[in-house]
Every structure is written in structure tokens, then in C-alpha cells.
Design a protein around this ligand. Structure first.
Ligand SMILES: [Zn+2]
Length: 352
């Protein structure tokens, strides 16, 4: 295992960021190359914990001569966001300087232009340098896992339908409860990687066998525990064995048995007005159309001071916000359903 650091110059004098990168050299040139990063949204740490245990497991495999394909792991991909702690709260999702989501606005380029990402980096801000370095590493791989988490959530993933159903092995190995099939219409990291691969084929809706680029949502922000992280690391290890990246005699992975829903079938439950949120239902629960999900106390103490929010159709509650104050139109839940939402949806990601 080789450990190095990418150094990113800050935008003000005296500042620089250090990004540790762990690399394993595979002994088979034909085996898939893998890139895994965690905590691109800096406050999402279940993936960092996963990476810690996965690195231990891979070091053992390395000693046993079991690493077949090159593996690169960045356990904490966003030192800039990690430092954005203000008034006791970490703001790890948006870059404070540009107000840009750290997981949006990745350059959409072809694979042949990969090296231009790190040409002349002096022309770019620290955050853009970071994004370009990360994407450059990922575009050297065939399999890319971007490890995130939601607010309160089940284990699920966003997977471009170019990779489905082959990616069912990852979903099953990680014990996911749902897969959201995305449409390739955003500039998130996962989609920038898939964009470069699709560009090679000349087809926007190409299938990409043997490759995978995925955003894994490792439950909620507070779900950072040693047992969960070890179990998740074991899941990723089994996936790497199944894809021939690591040698092993793990049991074959069972077919994925969870819910598979295109983004159009995700009901984004929103607060109709501002107020305190009283949730009646939790993640992991199956609801029927018309079930009471939450009461919003819009004018506490008054006879007409509470609003009910009900399920628009049957489905599985996959995520829920942790805040208990709703703003008008703020998200409350994501419910995975069998039929498209009547609310309509613009192409691209579900959330800003
Ligand atoms: Zn995230």
C-alpha cells in the first residue's frame, strides 16, 4: 500500500490543504481498476469509517498477494469543507466561498481530455482544484464508489440506469434497502464520471458493462458506528471480490431484493407551510396512500394551527429530515413508490 498526499494551495496566503490518497497496485492488468472516495460532503462520515476498515482488510489481502486490480481510496475527500465549522456547526455540503454544492459543477469532459483536468491548476480556486484532482483520479478507474449519506435514511444508492441491473451486486453486498435509478442529468461527481464514459460511446443513453459509477448513501449522518462501518466495509470487500478486483472465496452475492425506483417514482414530501414538524412515521416504514406522515404546527395554540401532511401514494419511507423546523416547501421525506409521482420532476438531482 502506498500513501501519498495531494497538496492543494489555498486561495489566501499561508493556507494549503492536504489530501491523503491510499493506493494498492494490482497484479493483473486485466482486472478492473477501482476508485473509492468518502465524505465529499464533509459532514457525511459513514464512508470515512467504512474506508478505515476497508483499508485494513485490503492491507491484509495485499500481504496475501490478493490485490488483482489497482485500487485507490480517498477516505476524506474534502479537507476544505471539513474546515468550515462556524458557530458550532459544520457546513460540509456547500463551499462557503462560492455557495456551490461540493458535489455539483464537476467538469463534464470526455475521457480523452482527462489530463486537462490537472493542467494549469493555478487558474482555478482551491475548491475547483480539489474537484479536478478527485475527478482525475476517478477517471483512471473502471469502478467508482462515491460514499455519502443522507440526513436520516435507510441504506440506498443513486445509480445511473446505464449500470443497472449489473450494479445489483453492490446493492445486495451492501444490504441496501432501495436503489434510485438516476437519469444522468446532473453535474454530480458520479455523473461526471459516467458522462466521460458515455462520451466515448457517442451515445447519451449507452449501457456501460464492466463499469460502475455510483453515489452510495450510507444511511444517515449520525449512523457512524464501528459495527456498521465494519459490516459496510465487508460488503464493499465482497463486491470487489465479485468483480475480480480482489481474490477471495467469499460466498456468491445473492440477487438484490430491495426496491428499485426511478427518480420519477420518488415522492419528495414537502412542507406546505412553515412550522414545527411532528413526525408520525419513520424511515423504513411502508405507508399507504392517505396515511398521516407529519403534522406541521403552523400557528401553535390556535384552533386552525396545525396542518396534516399525508402520503400521496403507497411506498417505502427511505429518508427523513433531522430538523424539526419546516420552512415553506422544505423537504420532509423521500418515499420510494411503484408509480411515478404526480408532482412532476425536472431532470437532474432530487436535491440542490
Ligand atoms: Zn452527500
Amino acid at each position: 500500500m502506498d500513501i501519498s498526499e495531494i497538496i492543494i494551495a489555498g486561495d489566501t496566503p499561508g493556507i494549503e490543504w492536504r489530501l491523503p490518497v491510499f493506493r494498492f497496485k494490482g497484479r493483473s492488468a486485466a482486472a478492473p481498476k477501482t476508485y473509492i472516495q468518502a465524505a465529499l460532503h464533509a459532514n457525511e462520515l459513514p464512508g470515512t469509517a467504512l474506508a478505515h476498515f476497508l483499508l485494513q482488510r485490503l492491507q491484509q489481502a495485499d500481504k496475501d498477494g490478493g490485490i488483482l486490480g489497482d485500487i485507490t481510496i480517498v477516505p476524506q475527500a474534502n479537507p476544505i469543507g471539513t474546515a468550515q465549522s462556524h458557530f458550532g456547526e459544520l457546513q460540509g455540503r456547500f463551499d462557503l466561498g462560492s455557495r456551490t454544492n461540493f458535489n455539483r459543477d464537476f467538469p463534464l469532459i470526455s475521457l480523452t481530455d482527462r489530463d486537462t483536468l490537472i493542467d494549469d491548476l493555478d487558474r482555478h480556486s482551491a475548491t475547483d482544484r480539489l474537484k479536478r484532482q478527485l475527478l482525475h483520479m476517478a477517471l483512471g478507474a473502471d469502478l467508482m464508489l462515491d460514499l455519502h449519506c443522507d440526513d436520516e435514511a435507510l441504506q440506498y444508492a443513486y445509480i445511473d440506469d446505464a449500470f443497472w441491473p449489473e450494479a445489483g451486486d453492490l446493492a445486495s453486498a451492501l444490504d441496501m434497502e432501495a436503489v434510485f435509478l438516476s437519469d444522468g442529468e446532473s453535474s454530480a461527481f458520479e455523473e461526471a464520471v459516467a458522462y466521460a464514459w458515455k462520451y466515448e460511446t457517442g451515445q447519451k443513453k449507452a449501457r456501460l458493462p464492466g463499469r460502475l459509477s455510483v453515489t452510495v448513501e450510507l444511511r444517515g449522518t449520525r449512523d457512524v458506528y464501528p459495527e456498521l462501518a465494519r459490516k459496510d466495509a465487508e460488503g464493499v470487500f465482497r463486491f470487489l471480490v465479485a468483480r475480480g478486483v480482489v481474490a477471495g472465496d467469499e460466498e456468491p452475492i445473492a440477487p438484490f431484493a430491495g426496491i428499485v425506483a426511478p427518480l420519477d417514482n420518488i415522492e419528495m414530501i414537502r412542507a406546505p407551510e412553515a412550522g414545527a414538524i411532528l413526525f408520525h412515521r419513520d424511515i423504513g416504514e411502508t405507508v399507504k396512500a392517505g396515511d398521516l406522515l407529519a403534522t406541521i404546527l403552523t400557528r401553535p395554540g390556535r384552533a386552525d394551527g396545525a396542518l396534516e401532511v399525508r402520503a400521496p401514494q403507497d411506498g417505502l419511507i427511505v429518508t427523513r429530515v433531522s430538523t424539526r423546523l419546516a420552512r415553506r416547501r422544505s423537504d420532509l421525506m423521500k418515499i420510494a413508490c411503484a408509480a411515478p409521482s404526480g408532482a412532476g420532476r425536472k431532470p437532474g438531482p432530487l436535491e440542490a
